[in-house]
Structures are given as structure tokens and as C-alpha cells.
Design a protein around this ligand. Structure first.
Ligand code: SAM
Length: 273
């Protein structure tokens, strides 16, 4: 069993390093995910494991802990209302302002991309939207997550059928190939557009060469407290282009008194300078 004081120590570490707020209600889940695993790692008590975590100069023990505790559930075409807004209202504005062949850039960030369904879905919708004019754009999707194990899955781009249930069948047939075991593999044309990398939204610096026209950070901030969300959104603000969008999960919302972003539709905010 994890003692009260040990649970407090662990949750403080998780909060400091990953911004994830694990309240008392998460104790059963945390115990379930860690108890046997900590034993398998060779620690005879939970206190020994905590001491090891606290001396983790390389960050690898903390990384394994993050991999163990994060909730990575995702699927293709999730929260389609936001996708509709982005591709029918936001992107046409950007397209209309583009400065011509060879000079138009479009950078999108899928922050907290889990197993990759979100960025691959964005890649196929971009391909559909731009059609033949796709080649005139310098376009890229940065897809990041804290969890290194899930990022390996994302890289592979192979999905069970149930992750594709919401995706219109025409897109599934055009952009994914079935194998004999009932899995579907993402086409290389989508993979070329997506760059996966590990990124801790709480601790890592936001030092990007280019600003983003859109940041999709959906169903990630749900694990953070209000203070952490406010600080993160402020940092997102600085890496967004003027008129760019922050799109969050449908069950998430921003404190309108604390953000410089303008609310435009449910879960959709715009930078207007
Ligand atoms: C539920 S998934 C959301 C996936 C996708 N955005 C969607 O809406 O389907 C949440 C993801 O946030 C990631 N995450 C949690 N804390 C994070 C942090 N501090 N930095 C980066 N990613 C984090 C988790 O590893 C997890 O994969």
C-alpha cells in the first residue's frame, strides 16, 4: 500500500515536473498503475522508489513515471465540430491572405498528441482542403507529447479499427491501408507532414523558429489546475501568429479574465492584436 505521506510526495513531484494535478480522487488509479510496477522495477518499498525518483538527475526515472501515469486515449476525427470550424472558417481566412505560390507557410502544433490520431487527422484534412494547391505551401504539423512510449506508437501510425469509427469511410480508404490482422496503417504521405517529438508542456522552453497558425491542445489541460492552465495559455499566446487559433477540448475552458486570447466559439480562441 502507498502511505498518505508517500502519495503526497509523489503527487507533488508529478505536479512540479508535469503539471498534472493528481487529487485524492485519483489515488486508486495511481495505486493501480504503480504498485505492482514499482515492485517489478526492483524496489522493495514505495519509499525506496520515491528516493530514487528524487535523485533522478538524468530524468529517465521521471520519464518512465510519466509514461506510466498519463492517460493517452485518442481517436480519429475527435470533436469534429472544432475541425469543421477550423477547416471551414479559420483556414479559408488564412488561405485568402496567403502571399502566393511558394511563399505561404502554415504551421500547426498538436500539443499532447498521444498516439497520433489528432495530427494524422489534421494532415488528411489539410490534404483534402488544399488539393492541388498543397504544393504551394510550406506546411508542417508539430506533434508533441510527454509520453515517450505513446510517441513510438504515434510514429508507427498503425491503429485498431475502433480508433477509426468516427472517421468518414472515404478518408479511411484514401489515407489508411488495412492489414490482415484488422489494423490500419497511415499512408506515408501523411507521415511526411507530421513531425513527432517529446515535449513537456510545463517544463520545456517554447523556442520555435516559426509561429503557429493553430495550436490544438485538446483533452490535455483537463489534467492541469487553473494556475498551470493560465501559465500555459500565456506561453501558447506568444508562439501563435496574429489571428492564429488555440483549440482546446470540448470539456475544457479558459479563464476569460486571465487570457489575452479572444473567445470565438466553444473551445476555440483567437489571438487578436
Ligand atoms: C487524452 S490525451 C489527448 C490526445 C489528443 N489531443 C486528443 O484530444 O485526442 C492527453 C495527452 O496529454 C499528454 N500530456 C499530459 N501532460 C503533459 C505535459 N505536461 N506535456 C506534454 N503532454 C502532456 C499525455 O501524455 C496524453 O498523451
Amino acid at each position: 500500500m502507498i502511505k498518505d505521506s508517500e502519495y503526497r510526495e509523489l503527487t507533488n513531484l508529478v505536479y512540479q515536473h508535469f503539471g498534472i494535478a493528481l487529487g485524492h480522487e485519483k489515488r486508486t488509479m495511481v495505486t493501480h498503475r504503480l504498485q505492482t510496477w514499482v515492485g517489478e522495477q526492483g524496489f522493495s518499498t514505495f519509499q525506496d522508489y520515491l528516493s530514487y525518483l528524487k535523485q533522478d538527475n538524468q530524468g529517465s526515472a521521471l520519464m518512465s513515471l510519466a509514461n506510466r501515469l498519463t492517460t493517452n486515449y485518442s481517436y480519429f476525427y475527435r470533436e469534429s465540430e472544432q475541425l469543421e470550424f477550423f477547416f471551414k472558417k479559420a483556414l479559408p481566412q488564412k488561405n485568402a491572405q496567403s502571399i502566393g505560390p511558394g511563399n505561404s507557410t502554415l504551421n500547426i502544433w498538436s500539443a499532447g498528441c498521444a498516439s497520433g490520431e489528432e495530427p494524422y487527422c489534421l494532415a488528411m484534412l489539410l490534404n483534402e482542403y488544399f488539393g492541388n494547391s498543397f504544393v504551394q505551401w510550406d506546411m508542417g504539423i508539430l506533434a508533441t507529447d510527454l509520453d515517450t512510449v505513446i510517441l513510438q506508437e504515434a510514429h508507427k501510425g498503425v491503429y485498431r479499427e475502433d480508433r477509426l469509427n468516427r472517421l468518414p469511410p472515404t478518408y479511411r480508404l484514401k489515407y489508411l491501408k488495412p492489414d490482415k490482422k484488422g489494423y490500419w496503417a497511415v499512408d506515408d504521405s501523411l507521415k511526411r507532414l507530421v513531425h513527432f517529438t517529446r515535449y513537456n508542456l510545463i517544463r520545456d522552453q517554447f523556442s520555435f523558429k516559426n509561429k503557429f497558425y493553430a495550436i490544438f491542445c485538446r483533452n490535455v489541460m483537463i489534467y492541469f489546475d487553473q494556475q498551470t492552465i493560465n501559465a500555459l495559455v500565456e506561453r501558447f499566446y506568444h508562439v501563435l501568429e496574429n489571428e492564429g487559433y488555440l483549440i482546446i477540448g470540448q470539456t475544457e475552458s479558459l479563464d476569460k479574465n486571465k487570457t489575452k486570447l479572444t473567445y470565438v466559439a466553444p473551445s476555440i480562441y483567437q489571438k487578436r492584436v
